[in-house]
Design a binder for this molecule. Structure first.
Ligand code: CO
Length: 214
């Protein structure tokens, strides 16, 4: 059997295993979803959200794109975030990058990549914002890793710029934002050691839309 057809066999086997565990598995899942987490990660095939988080079907709302970017003019991610925040009322938004990210690597070594150029511009902007720190790192590997981390932090900043996120946060204190990096070599998730609250406070005068005063 070819690898494409095999997928449908895999699917049937998965259904059987779920039903063997709980005969109402699919009827319960079909009735509604109430995930508490929105995960924004890279499209990289080696970083599957549910699997690395150890969460079951129905437990995490997922958006993935190249290098886990939160782009203000991206209708796709804006719809995901608005739906997650306003309707699902998720409690946590996680931006998860990963070391060894091909998108981040491409941004470090500018070449003409056609359609990808405009997307990668977001990563080059992160490099520009943190150029002093990054160019001070002599080891190329460490510099690459650091840009992966700084990109995650800047995408969290892009989240707090969004009106839906600000509105819900002022109303309820949620969503809380989290900056993670996944280590491909170890399989481990890492919470970045940064006080996001303090970072957000330092830029509040620029991005706060005064929604809390409505
Ligand atoms: Co990646």
């Amino acid at each position: 059997m070819d690898e494409y057809r095999q997928i449908f066999e895999n699917n049937k086997a998965w259904v059987q295993s779920k039903l063997a565990n709980d005969e109402h598995f699919f009827s319960k899942l079909a009735s509604d979803q109430k995930p508490h987490f929105l995960y924004i990660g890279c499209s990289d095939s080696r970083v599957p959200a549910n699997v690395i988080m150890g969460l079951d079907e129905g437990e995490v709302f997922v958006h993935r794109n190249i290098a886990n970017l939160v782009v203000a003019t991206d209708n796709n991610i804006n719809a995901v975030i608005q739906y997650a925040v306003e309707y699902l009322e998720i409690k946590h938004i996680i931006v998860c990058g990963h070391y060894g990210c091909g998108g981040v690597k491409a941004a470090l070594h500018p070449t003409d990549m056609g359609q990808l150029n405009s997307w990668l511009q977001g990563l080059r902007d992160v490099y520009r914002i943190h150029q002093q720190e990054l160019d001070g790192i002599s080891d190329a590997h460490h510099k690459f890793d650091r840009l992966v981390e700084l990109n995650v932090i800047e995408q969290c900043v892009n989240l707090v710029k969004i009106d839906h996120v600000q509105r819900k946060w002022y109303q309820t204190g949620f969503p809380q934002l989290h900056a993670w990096v996944y280590d491909l070599h170890k399989g481990l998730l890492k919470e970045l050691d940064i006080d996001l609250g303090a970072y957000f406070s330092s830029i509040r005068s620029i991005y706060d839309l005064k929604i809390g005063e409505e």
